[in-house]
Design a protein around this ligand. Structure first.
Ligand code: AMP
Ligand code: MG
Length: 378
């Protein structure tokens, strides 16, 4: 279990014991029998957490007890130590008023043996891992992590790390492969970096055919538009099935999706913002499902625009924005010119602003839906 963080349960899990497994004291005090709180009682023993008092309480007796300790079988009540009026040697007398609670946690108060504590598809997070440990579950069955191959494509690209002075004219750094890998890093998948594809039909074809044999899904970026050097969608069609190509989405319109043999393939657009937005909104939820989790729709919060926002009706758009909370309301502003090449629109962004395809320009003070990036990347 120690190494299962982030993995997906393949089966429901049930509690191996009740919690607490024995009647336990909820407070530090004295265990007594019902109705004895106004008597002078003899303290006949102690029950500490992990060191239970063996035996019963006799008439006129009580047992000193501490939080988490086993309550003697015939005790009905814990009197808080704050209620002690007088203690002399082994004798104790409490304040006279009637106790308001028993301060005894019954067996199974938190969890009943055999009850289901987690379901198939649940992701092992710190809370669930703690619950499983407390319930005596130390070994769990999890799904295999699907293998996800990540490519980039384009003859203009150079690896990050190449010195700036060594970039030839017309070359840029390959940022998409790194970003996509990082966007998958927190998911229950095994990411394989499959390198960069040259803008040549045969190279693309060979690489996708080979990748499909070892991956459950592949992600490419670039080469999916209608340019002369764009081979991704035609290669998917040639080697397998192209399920769709082009979406009514901004950014992200040229996206392609299909299957080659048993391997899903996401052909993401090359413009870095388009790559990220499609990876967040489409690839991550799809891969979460492939990994066996139950993907929820992203969190949407209503926020008020702090500045006008330009939008042409036609495609639903996801602009980068920065939201803050003010006087109990959320406010959001976009991060400047929203060109899909402008990775800088993600600087200081903490959400996507969703603008429905049906509407046009928005004014300051208009309400929009925002999708926090913390949720989209969790
Ligand atoms: P494409 O769809 O291949 O025409 O790419 C669209 C734009 O995105 C071009 O300006 C490319 O240079 C750029 N681009 C493609 N792939 C990447 C990448 N991996 N990293 C950074 N920019 C890229
Ligand atoms: Mg290209």
């Amino acid at each position: 279990m120690q190494h299962s963080r982030g993995r997906v349960l393949a089966k429901p899990v049930t509690a191996q014991l009740s919690l607490p497994p024995f009647r336990a004291s909820a407070m530090d005090g004295y265990a007594i029998q019902a109705g004895m709180h106004d008597q002078i009682l003899n303290v006949t023993g102690e029950s500490l957490a992990g060191h239970p008092f063996q035996g019963d309480i006799g008439p006129g007796e009580c047992v000193r007890i501490f939080t988490g300790a086993l309550v003697p079988a015939n005790a009905d009540q814990i009197i808080l130590q704050e209620e002690v009026a007088e203690r002399e040697g082994m004798q104790v007398r409490f304040n006279a008023h009637s106790p308001s609670e028993s301060y005894i946690r019954p067996v199974g108060n938190d969890l009943k043996v055999g009850s289901q504590i987690a379901d198939q598809g649940d992701v092992l997070n710190p809370f669930l891992m703690g619950s499983l440990a407390s319930a005596g579950v130390n070994l769990v069955e999890v799904f295999r992590r699907p293998v996800i191959g990540v490519f980039s494509s384009g003859d203009e690209l150079r690896d990050p790390g190449v010195e700036v002075k060594d970039l030839l004219e017309g070359q840029i750094y390959d940022s998409n492969r790194l970003t996509v890998k990082q966007l998958l890093a927190t998911m229950p998948v095994e990411v394989r970096d499959l390198g960069r594809l040259a803008d040549e039909a045969d190279v693309v074809s060979e690489a996708l055919r080979n990748g499909a044999r070892i991956c459950d899904a592949m992600i490419t970026s670039g080469g999916v538009s209608v340019g002369d050097a764009d081979y991704i969608s035609e290669t998917i069609e040639k080697l397998g099935t192209l399920a769709f190509w082009r979406l009514n989405l901004k950014p992200g319109k040229p996206m392609a999706f299909g299957k080659i043999e048993n391997c899903w393939i996401f052909g993401l657009p090359g413009n870095p913002v388009s790559t990220i937005v499609t990876a967040l909104l489409l690839v991550r939820p799809a891969l979460a499902t492939l990994a066996g989790t139950v993907a929820e729709p992203p969190l949407r919060i209503k926020a008020k625009l702090t500045a006008p926002l330009q939008h042409q009706p036609g495609r639903t758009e996801y602009q980068r924005g920065t939201f803050t909370q003010r006087n109990g309301e959320f406010e959001v502003g976009h991060t400047g010119d929203q060109g899909s090449n402008r990775l800088s629109t993600f600087h200081n962004a903490n959400c996507l602003i969703e603008v429905n395809k049906a509407i046009g320009n928005l004014q300051s003070g208009d309400w929009v839906n925002i999708l926090p990036l913390t949720d989209l990347t969790k």
